[in-house]
Design a protein around this ligand. Structure first.
Ligand code: SAM
Length: 283
């Protein structure tokens, strides 16, 4: 396992630096692509009016705003993230929508002192801990007796052609990449169901239920293939691979991605499948 302290420091720097900035810039596109996931998370978690909810790794607040609507003003939502720019964006969006019963907390979910919640949710915000066991122990401390936790995470890259297809197109243009630990913190850290079950039960959570969520993503968010290519080069893994590459490498990679994605174009959409886990557990 990579050194957890180092991982946590790197995550803090990333989400407060280039990662956080690009997520804020590209949030509108990202929210539209992930809208079916946010909707499923909400129906799976089923927040009830009056409940106290903790949204972990809330980012720019797509799930937070929906949860806040569901619990209503008699409920309370605390949205927690390590990213200052993303929290600022989320808070501005909530204010613009008149949602006053959310409070925003800049903190590391693995160590933050938290009060008690009826429901903990997360939309892809939990896969970045240096060591998941103590982090989920800390989240367990924030769970009221019988509280539920519901989160979404990615299944493996092989089941996610929406990102696998463009990645394969880019790989020949960049230096060979070392084969990493599949459980290392990052997008696909929770792809293995046995791993998820193991660290959650070790952290004191009840045996989780993992349901497959299969989604067709429009990676262009209705904006055509150029918009899909812009998103892929501005945010996420491909953005990091190309960040320090010369202009001609960047251009060649984009040309290859265009070719690889053309078969998936339907009008202004670029439609590819994606695969996630919906995970539910109880304190
Ligand atoms: C992939 S983004 C998802 C954001 C948001 N939930 C959404 O669906 O748009 C992951 C989020 O987790 C946050 N994050 C990563 N590590 C964290 C930690 N240890 N504690 C709290 N938030 C963390 C990041 O800052 C980022 O906002």
């Amino acid at each position: 396992m990579p050194d957890p302290t180092r991982v946590n420091a790197d995550q803090l720097a990333f989400w407060n630096g280039v990662g956080g900035r690009t997520w804020v810039e590209r949030q509108d596109h990202t929210d539209r692509v992930l809208e079916p996931v946010t909707r499923k998370l909400l129906s799976f978690a089923a927040p009830r009016p009056g409940e106290r909810v903790l949204d972990v790794g809330c980012g720019c607040g797509a799930s937070t705003l929906e949860v806040a609507r569901a619990v209503g003003p008699s409920g309370r939502v605390r949205a927690l993230d390590i990213s200052v720019p993303m929290l600022a964006e989320a808070a501005a969006r909530a204010e613009a929508r008149g949602l006053a019963h959310i409070d925003w907390l800049e903190a590391d979910a693995a160590t933050a002192e938290l009060d008690e919640y009826d429901l903990l949710v997360s939309n892809c915000g939990l896969m970045f801990f240096g060591d998941p066991v103590p982090a989920f122990v800390n989240l367990h401390r924030a769970a009221a007796p019988g509280a539920r936790m519901v989160f979404v995470c990615w299944r493996g890259l092989d089941e996610n052609p929406w990102i696998g297809v463009p990645m394969q197109a880019v790989l020949p243009h960049i230096p060979p990449r070392p084969k990493g630990d599949p459980r290392a913190p990052g997008m696909f850290a929770f792809a293995e169901p046995d791993h998820v079950t193991e660290f959650l039960t070790e952290a004191g959570w009840k045996q989780p239920r993992l349901e497959r969520l299969d989604v067709t993503f429009d990676i262009a968010a209705g904006g055509g293939i150029d918009e899909a290519l812009t998103q892929l080069t501005k945010i996420g893994a491909i953005n990091s691979w190309l960040r320090d590459q010369p202009e001609e490498t960047h251009a060649a990679a984009v040309a290859s991605m265009r070719e690889a994605l053309t078969p998936y174009v339907q009008g202004q959409s670029v439609l590819l499948s994606g695969a996630m886990w919906m995970v539910a557990s109880q304190a």
